[in-house]
Design a protein around this ligand. Structure first.
Ligand code: SF4
Ligand code: SF4
Length: 367
């Protein structure tokens, strides 16, 4: 479980950090079909720091083509945004970078798909994902109102096409169930191919991420051929106990003495081995949904969940009536006619909060 990290103040300096990629991409093998999976959550410009920065993708593609000698035709960049992947691809300026290198971009909802069963639920996985020999996973370092953190394991959920991604919240409404789904998907994808993750943490997001938090210049790039190891390191770096994040907790259950297997290297001019405890940390502001649920024991939470759980409501002043939240809500709880959310239907998945580009969904404990 090797993790490499380097500090980088801004995107212009990435070219000086190829050593990190040399270590991460050593012995790459003969991969014919490489899928690059950035995080393009929605149509956000790069300076919002919601999506993987185009300069970060540029750095990775340039390295693969110029240093590793991989042909452009063997690489596809793919994603399924919460809505309008095409628009997200353009606004995030990922399109510009793909065009610069002559690499095709695939909105997964346009691909053929293969049906698989995970946790007794049928999922459609794009054929391009199934056929890939290698996934290069480029998550963004952010907090997340439902899952507390989104990183390497969670970013792979964007391999599920279009509306199905949101609809699945209906079948896995609790954070714990949803974490199991993320873990099983990660395990499934890891079986047939290698997954190499390089995280864009130069600018991340804290607070009510993954889209309505505050951008933070976290000045770090983290890379690993083990998505779990990367997530353990990243969650520690931003001030969590890594076991507070459910995907980390579930995945480490099957690894005996995982702490001893974690090998961390700081990569600068030279490469230094570090203990996790030696790594300087940041204190990311946690999502509003985090505090009570992390202090109280689970049985108390179950008893008083209707009181302590943050609930979404529409801010009538901020709302632009774009219709996105109404369209994506997996249980049809939102009515734009009166700007109301039906509390009886709502499962608190926070997809509306995540997808509202105008920060018009507010989370409140008491309504
Ligand atoms: S709350 Fe946000 S997503 Fe929903 S209609 Fe208003 S602006 Fe659009
Ligand atoms: S109203 Fe929002 S939080 Fe509630 S179920 Fe719909 S999308 Fe999820």
């Amino acid at each position: 479980m090797e993790v490499y990290y380097t500090t980088v103040k801004n995107y212009n300096l990435l070219d000086r950090r190829n050593k990190l990629l040399d270590l991460t991409f050593s012995n790459l093998g003969d991969n014919k079909r490489i899928l690059v999976k950035p995080n393009i959550l929605g149509p956000y410009p790069p300076d919002k720091h919601v999506t993987t920065h185009p300069a970060f993708l540029d750095w990775i593609l340039k390295y693969l083509i110029e240093v590793k000698g991989i042909e452009e035709g063997n690489i596809v960049v793919g994603e399924s945004s919460g809505f309008s992947t095409e628009k997200a691809y353009e606004v995030s300026r990922i399109k510009e970078v793909c065009e610069k290198y002559g690499i095709s971009f695939l909105p997964f909802e346009r691909d053929k798909s293969v049906k698989i069963k995970l946790l007794n639920t049928t999922l459609a996985i794009p054929k391009t994902v199934i056929d890939s020999d290698l996934i290069i996973n480029l998550p963004k370092l952010k907090t997340h109102v439902l899952m507390r953190y989104t990183g390497a394991v969670k970013n792979l959920y964007g391999c599920i096409p279009g509306g199905l991604k949101i609809k699945l919240h209906k079948y896995f409404p609790r954070a714990y169930d949803f974490a199991h789904l993320l873990v099983e998907l990660y395990r499934y994808l890891s079986k047939g191919r290698e997954i190499i993750s390089v995280m864009d943490g130069i600018w991340g997001m804290d607070g009510n991420g993954p889209s309505n938090g505050k951008p933070v210049n976290a000045q770090i790039v983290i890379a690993s051929r083990d998505a779990l190891a990367l997530d353990i390191f990243a969650t520690y770096y931003i001030g969590y106990n890594p076991m507070d994040v459910l995907t980390n907790r579930i995945l480490t259950e099957r690894i005996e003495n995982w702490e001893d297997k974690l090998n961390i290297f700081e990569v600068d001019g030279i490469v230094r081995r570090r203990d996790l405890m030696e790594v300087p940390r940041m204190n990311f502001r946690k999502p509003d949904t985090y505090y009570l649920t992390s202090i109280l024991p689970p049985f108390i939470i179950r008893l008083i969940s209707s009181i302590i759980i943050e609930k979404p409501r529409i801010d009538r002043v901020r709302c632009k009536r774009c219709g996105v939240c109404e369209k994506i809500c997996p249980v049809g709880a939102i009515s734009l006619e009166n700007l109301e959310i039906d509390r009886k239907k709502c499962i608190n998945c926070y997809c509306c909060h995540e997808m509202c580009r105008f920060n018009a969904i507010k989370l409140r404990r008491f309504l």
